[in-house]
Write a protein that binds this ligand. Sequence first.
Ligand code: ADP
Ligand code: MG
Ligand code: ZN
Length: 557
Amino acid sequence: MIAKEDEILQSYFGYSTFRPGQKETIQQILQQNNTLAVMPTGGGKSLCYQVPGMVLDGTALIISPLISLMKDQVDALQSLGIPATYINSSLTSEELKQRMQDIEARRYKFVYVAPERFESAFFINVVRRIPLSLIAFDEAHCISQWGHDFRPSYRSIIPNLRKLHSIPVLIALTATATGEVIQDIQELLQMDHVINTGFERSNLNFHVIKGKDKATYIRSFIKKHEKESGIIYAATRKQTDALYEQLDKRGIAVSKYHAGLSETERKRAQAAFIHDETTVMIATNAFGMGIDKSNVRYVIHYAMPMNIESYYQEAGRAGRDGEMSECVLLFSPQDIQLQKFLIEQSQMEEAAKQGEYRKLQAMINYCHTHSCLPTFILDYFSDNPSQEGCGRCSNCMERQEKSDITEEAQKILSCVKRMGERFGVGMTAKVLKGSKDKKISQFQLTSISTYGILSAYTEKELTEWIHFLIAEQLLATEEGKYPVLKLNQKSVEVLKGRRKVWMFTAPIPESETTDYHEDLFSALRSRRKEIADEKNVPPYVLFSDATLKELSRYFPV
Ligand code: ADP
Ligand code: MG
Ligand code: ZN
């Protein structure tokens, strides 16, 4: 006998098979077990409540923080012949009245509502009079203070739920949840069952690009991906405007989106992008939550975002159709200052700010790690990758050349120790360089034995190395806006010579490696190795691979 959920999948939604996690989730709901489903963006979370909503009697309430998305979802259901509607602040009072009457008359199988609706006694009074099949919490991470997009109104639903005569089965859905957030949602909504399909998106290629002119990079990237749709995320409205201007001037079909534009402008920009009238969308993080455009081929971050949760969610808007897509993060050291500034001047309470600084540190580590990038992200979410190293990210691509930097690492770590573990990255780099900066003499750091011990390197390189050591957890940071460097167990092992430190050469994106002379490149590379050995420095200190490739592109073999 064919199960009810399979029949509905085919007859209403026209799909032949469930995706990973869908069937398990649906079965839990049908057995009246409160369930949290964690699935990647595009994984098909909607179906997890839509199918049981069809099987069970009564009306399903779907709580969604995304007003922009409700209409799309409702339209989609209606086009399948399923009675659905939504209630949010965009309705006139007449419309609201009519819809509430229809809800009371039990006309709908699905009603989408904004979380604030539960604060309305009128609304509660209507829904307590009708049978409910289930209540779904979409984008459920918004309910947790540990989540990256906490909405207080979402949390206040919980006490208001008790005003219902009986609470139906609850289902929560999210694509971005750390262990902490999962636990929080479970406790708040009393969910014993968690279906977690993992976060892995095997069709995304991740790149971190450092030390390049961002605008030039973007122009050449867009040129190579001329006919493809892509999103470029900027950190601020100002950045968005400036970038838009630049690309627009060059005749690129580009839209922009940020909270400073009027609603009409935003709607127009969004529609143009979704309907492929423009190929590039430049936006702040105000754009995209819940936008279902399946053929986005790349997402570029013009600056480092505030945390890995946001990054993965934004980058994850690429390739929802399952086709290979690129996710590029353009990093510059100023990004760190900007994000710290944004956290500091936010309205958050002090404790919440400390949490944000901690998450920011993980993001900084992502930009400096030499491990496989998607593996790093999955580790962060305590998820396991299906294979060791993706082989396609910018770090995996540049694995051939490893340098032993144990000695330099020891010098850096002993400097941290000599400085009394009281200072941050910037000061430590200055001391290692032997900088004449006033602050250094103020703290009497010119007299310590590690002052100027790595003066052969630039302050920028030293900063980079310290960040690398932090990212590889060979050096710890104390939480806060100006994280103080601390030694940990691994640092001690390095200092005692029990642990070696390897560094890979600077990563380069695949797209830039296509048109150069392979032979010349490898000749330059071995010459570099010779010189490096003579000088007794790691090769990449002389020239990066990117520079060598650049050179081997212009000279005939
Ligand atoms: P999420 O909310 O997890 O990001 P959606 O629920 O919006 O994802 O679904 C993403 C896309 O996948 C939609 O276009 C949806 O129709 C499609 N989809 C969902 N489940 C299936 C399935 N079992 N078979 C085929 N396509 C599916
Ligand atoms: Mg969704
Ligand atoms: Zn990788």
